[in-house]
Design a protein around this ligand. Structure first.
Ligand code: ADP
Ligand code: MG
Length: 633
């Protein structure tokens, strides 16, 4: 006997142990979903076999009709699922039923709260899968053989779901997988034909393979010697059915199967395209961002079928990266059955499908935003940041994507990202031809920024952008509805027609009277500033720092610094409020030393108000304290 055939006991990966524990405790109220998960896996296994058999028909071993059989034994208290799909080898079994390969799982599990209600939602976003068998079973046996392997290469995996599992080689004549669930005490109700039939109809009707149960025989009928089987599901691919004939619940259950999700989707779009290209697409927006949305190697993409034959999971060539959260199925009549990932990389069919599918998704989101604003809010919370990658990646759809963005704004005290650009445009002041925004680290920081003073005074709305990605986003999003965006913290603020001729004249007059002060400040602040000038944006604050027109903003600078890159040197523009009492006092200060100290304090304060950190905080404190001492003397 070789080492390989020996019976061995192996420990579950730590993550599996944690997940098992959680699942058993938090999904208890919805335990019947175990059947959905196991049927979903059997269906995937059939898809995989059918795909592999395209190149190697001998894998079908003569038996081409793929199906799933569910049976039960009331006395033994077991439920058994049997499929004739692709099966598993010994290595497959150990890898797939002993570990979780998703990267980031350990971190994800660490963050669970221990609050079962909350955690069951989190497990939902993770997908429950095979291990859900242990919600109802205290022992699970998996008899399996990989298609194409000899009968002697069968494997038996068994576990009580505690810390370990056993594997041993067995003989298994038929390819595929048989799973025997030994029901826990109190779960005997599942060893019942009527109950199983109902669960299958409820969750798995959309499965394209026949799911069979033993035919029930009534009292006076003679029971046949051999079990007769009957199909209990509809057994046709859901996406091939006309939209009008598919119920919402069916769309929802199908989603859970393709997306390996536990929760219902937020929205979907089912379309059959005919003409130059022929394909069917069924695209879903999940309700919740998966924990690995930002991980490079996280699964993404659609399930690809060609003429109803499953070809691959995670075909990520059909949607841009910024829509990587979309799940679903495409079934093409134009691609060849032996299409590969390499072939999918480019080509006119894939390109034109990609652009059509992208539009579909954007339309679906638009519809959701219009028709169900509450749902859209939730969508935005989970996926808004990813959508913000759009304008940079997808120039052609820039305007469409822009329409889907949501921002906080000075018009909404809640600080929630609830304002669309269309809302903003609809509220433009007379004469306003620019879209104003301010970026910063947090809502609390930007909402009180001195940069907003003049806008408050004039009642002009400003969008408040506080996501890390925002400054970068705005470097790609230069206009909307034919109007340019203006960063209110940048350059020489020109309010255009929003300032009257008188305003402008008055500003020029004031500027003239302060020319002397400008020169003195330049001398005092020296190398620290690019320029000193009279400000028109301030009503309450004495001074402010503006960013040069072509310079990097604070957010971008911080991102670059954090990633260890060299940040190009740039100096701010110091603007002062000519009518502020502190500035007037400064203007009258005859002592150049004291003038210098005060100027530096004003400069540092302006930096703090802009959310920047001080290069020399100790000197700031020393200067300020000196001033305080003088005041109290
Ligand atoms: P998922 O379905 O999301 O991959 P599961 O926990 O449901 O996760 O299943 C884990 C893996 O175990 C599957 O990806 C598959 O490789 C394998 N597996 C489970 N059930 C079967 C089956 N009936 N036939 C073949 N492989 C299976
Ligand atoms: Mg699964």
């Amino acid at each position: 006997m070789s080492v390989e055939t020996r019976k061995e006991t192996l420990g579950f990966q730590t993550e599996v142990k944690q997940l098992l524990h959680l699942m058993i405790h938090s999904l208890y109220s919805n335990k019947e979903i175990f059947l959905r998960e196991l049927i979903s896996n059997a269906s995937d296994a059939a898809d995989k076999l059918r795909f592999e058999a395209l190149a190697k028909p001998e894998l079908l071993e003569g038996g081409a009709e793929l199906k799933i059989r569910v049976s039960f034994d009331k006395d033994a208290k077991t439920v058994t699922l049997e499929d004739n799909g692709v099966g598993m080898s010994r290595e497959d079994v150990i890898a797939h039923l002993g570990t979780i390969a998703k990267s980031g799982t350990a971190d994800f599990l660490k963050n669970l709260s221990g609050d079962q209600k909350k955690d069951s939602h989190l497990i939902g976003q993770f997908g429950v899968g095979f291990y859900s068998a242990f919600i109802v079973a205290d022992k699970v046996e998996v008899f399996t053989r990989r298609a194409g392997q000899p009968a002697s290469e069968g494997v038996l995996w068994s576990s009580r779901g505690e810390g370990e599992f056993e594997v041993e080689n067995i003989d298994k004549a038929e390819r595929g997988t048989r799973i025997v669930l030994h029901l826990k005490e109190g779960e005997e109700e599942f060893a019942d034909g009527w109950r199983l039939r109902n669960i299958i109809k409820k969750y798995s009707d959309h499965i394209a393979l026949p799911i069979e149960l033993p035919k029930e025989h009534h009292g006076d009928e003679e029971k046949p010697a051999e079990t007769e089987w009957e199909t209990v599901n509809r057994a046709s691919a859901l996406w091939t059915r006309p939209r009008t004939e598919v119920k919402d619940e069916e769309y929802q259950e199908f989603y859970k199967h393709v997306a390996h999700d536990y929760e219902n989707p937020l929205a979907w779009s089912h379309n059959k395209v005919e003409g130059k290209l022929e394909y069917t697409s069924l695209l879903y927006v999940p309700a919740r961002a998966p924990f690995d949305l930002y991980q490079r190697e996280a699964p993404k993409g659609l399930k690809l079928y060609v003429q109803r034959v499953f070809i691959m999971d995670q075909a990520d060539q059909f949607l841009p990266l910024y829509l990587r959260f979309i799940k679903g199925v495409i079934d093409s009549n134009d691609l060849s059955l032996n299409v590969s990932r390499e072939i999918l990389q480019s080509g006119p069919v894939v390109d034109s499908m990609k652009s059509a599918l992208t539009k579909r998704v954007l339309d679906m989101l638009e519809k959701l935003a219009k028709g169900e604003p509450e749902q859209y809010k939730s969508f935005w919370k989970h996926f808004g940041q990813v959508l913000k990658e759009g304008p940079a990646e997808d120039f052609a759809n820039r305007e469409k994507i822009a329409g889907l963005l949501r921002f906080a704004s000075t018009s909404d005290e809640s600080g929630e990202p609830s304002v669309s650009l269309a809302d903003y445009v609809s509220r433009l002041k007379e004469g306003q031809d620019k879209l104003y925004y301010l970026t910063g680290e947090s809502y609390a920081q930007v909402k009180n920024s001195p940069h907003l003073e003049v806008f408050r005074k004039k009642g002009i709305e400003v969008l408040l952008l506080t996501d890390r990605i925002d400054e970068w986003l705005m470097s790609y999003l230069t206009e909307f509805d034919g109007k340019h965006f203006v960063d209110v913290a940048r350059g020489d603020l020109d309010l255009g027609k929003l300032d009257s001729e008188e305003d402008k004249k008055a500003q020029e007059e004031v500027a003239k009277t302060k020319e002397g002060l400008v020169e003195r400040l330049k001398a005092a602040l020296g190398e620290q500033v690019a320029e000193v000038r009279v400000s028109h944006r301030l009503t309450d604050s004495p001074a402010i720092l503006a960013i040069g027109e072509a310079d990097l903003g604070l957010q971008m600078r911080q991102i670059l610094e954090a990633s260890g890159q060299k940040v190009p040197d740039s100096k701010p523009i110091f603007e002062f409020n000519p009518t502020h009492p502190l500035i007037e006092k400064l203007d009258r200060e005859p002592d150049e030393d004291r003038f210098g100290e005060l100027s530096h304090i004003l400069f540092d304060q302006a930096a703090l108000a802009a959310g920047d950190s001080l290069k020399d905080p100790a000197s700031y404190v020393r200067r300020l304290n000196k001033l305080l001492v003088e005041l109290s003397a």
